[in-house]
Design a protein around this ligand. Structure first.
Ligand code: FAD
Length: 410
């Protein structure tokens, strides 16, 4: 029988950070990741100041700085007169060491965390290994059954199993955890356009005819997301790529010269956007964190941050009981109690953005129901020094800052 102390299901941002922190603190941890590497079609690439500060505390700042990256200090939206860009969050104005968002391919960040964790004698990661079901004994989760990509199966027993396996988590099949879904008005198209000298920098948004766009400056190209009304992917594709690109460049006029840059719809990937959370993130022997506990909308681009902060809080609350060999319900409950308010607040703000900005725009109406209101909001954001700092701070650190367990700090 195979045994570990903490079995982490899923090697995304939440799983890799939790694995590293626990292993450094002397807890035997095994991460199961169903893919053979960390490369995916889509993964958010934003590393926010809270995660940068964490990497610093873990002694990884210098190695992280060597990864290829772009630094983004502002978030701009077209809320000004004639849709001119207005800076809605100036992270660069925060008086902190890490006053920028680092745009780093997520696989590089995950590889860095995995390499660092592999140095720890208590850590192991099994790639190409998918957890297929939970082992349950007398009502307590005691580990998982797994299957490897070459068809081998097995059982891994653990004092605690932590589900970090994203929004399709195995744990979501457990009815007692209760999934609460929120309506989401949009799906996202994801594609690249070349970037030229003289283009704006940073994160840039645009509003078009029944779609919204957010573009990430990645040096020589723009990673573009276009939000479209949910369920309209095939209808919109049938209307033709040329029509979409004409609409897109009309919304972002400085991209006009790249109207014919996409050759086929194959270059445009559909991402299903969801917003939900579990009512209970735990049961005896099991804890869910990150997207497994709460799938985040791409609005504000802070899902990775929340997942990482969940992992940091979980490590802090669980190191002692895991070292002692017994994790009670009160220990896993404490993690949910700590992280629930931030999650609920962030999702509430995302729902407001869905209802006030995204839904009206996707239905062809002005954001906030009235263009003058959007104008007043943008004036407030640009003229009030303090109001401008609130979104910047929230994007940078979320609602609460989490500190790693002292034993994990280097
Ligand atoms: C369109 C869109 C755009 C987004 N953009 C951003 C952005 O720019 N910035 C941002 O911060 N957030 C963004 N997000 C949100 C962000 O992607 C998630 O919140 C974040 O990835 C959650 O991290 P996680 O570790 O909890 O889960 P995930 O990143 O989903 O990782 C889960 C891991 O578990 C593995 N896994 C799954 N099932 C199993 C299994 N049974 N056994 C073993 N392994 C398994 C998966 O392969 C994966 O590696 C976006 C979301 C969407 C939908």
């Amino acid at each position: 029988m195979e045994r570990t102390t903490c079995c982490v299901v899923g090697g995304g941002p939440a799983g890799m950070v939790l694995g590293l922190l626990l292993a450094r603190a002397g807890v035997k941890v095994t991460v199961l990741e169903k893919h053979g590497d960390f490369l995916r079609d889509f993964r958010g690439d934003t590393v926010h100041p809270s995660t940068l500060a964490l990497l610093d505390e873990l002694g990884l700042a210098a190695r992280f700085a060597r990864l290829p990256q772009r630094r983004v200090t502002t978030v701009q939206l077209p809320l000004g007169p004639d849709r001119s860009l207005v800076t809605v969050a100036d992270i660069g104005a925060l008086r902190d060491t890490y006053n920028y968002i680092a745009m780093v391919p997520q696989r590089d960040l995950l590889n860095l965390l995995a390499d660092e964790a592999r140095r720890e004698p208590f850590f192991s990661v099994r790639m190409s290994t998918e957890a297929t079901s939970f082992l349950v004994e007398r009502g307590r989760v005691t580990g998982v059954r797994y299957r490897t990509s070459d068809g081998r199966t097995g059982e891994l027993r653990a004092t605690l199993t932590v589900a970090c396996d994203g929004r399709g988590s195995l744990a979501r099949s457990l009815p007692e955890l209760g999934l609460r879904r929120f309506t989401c008005p949009m799906d996202a198209w994801w594609f690249r356009l070349p970037r030229r000298e003289g283009d704006p920098r940073g994160l840039v948004g645009g509003v078009g005819d029944r779609f919204l766009t957010a573009m990430i400056d990645r040096g020589d190209y723009w990673q573009c997301a276009a939000l479209i009304p949910k369920g309209t992917d095939s209808r919109r594709r049938a209307a033709g790529l040329e029509r979409f690109m004409a609409d897109f460049t009309a919304a972002v006029p400085w991209l006009e010269d790249r109207e014919h840059a996409l050759r086929s719809w194959d270059e445009v990937k559909l991402l299903d956007v969801r917003l939900d959370r579990l009512r209970r993130w735990h049961r005896p022997g099991l804890l869910c964190i990150g997207d497994a506990a709460h799938a985040m909308s791409p609005v504000f681009g802070i899902g990775i941050n929340l997942a990482v902060e969940d992992a940091v809080a979980a490590a802090r609350y669980l190191v002692q009981p895991l070292r002692g060999g017994a994790v009670g319900l009160q220990d896993v409950r404490a993690v949910q109690r700590r992280r629930w308010p931030t999650t609920a607040l962030t999702q509430a703000l995302q729902r407001i953005a869905h209802a006030r900005v995204i839904e009206p725009v996707l239905a062809g109406r002005p954001p906030f129901g009235d263009p003058r209101r959007a104008q007043r909001m943008s004036e407030l954001l640009t003229t009030s020094r303090w109001l401008n700092r609130v979104p910047a701070y929230f994007l940078a650190y979320g609602a609460v800052r989490e500190r790693p367990p002292t034993a994990s700090v280097r």
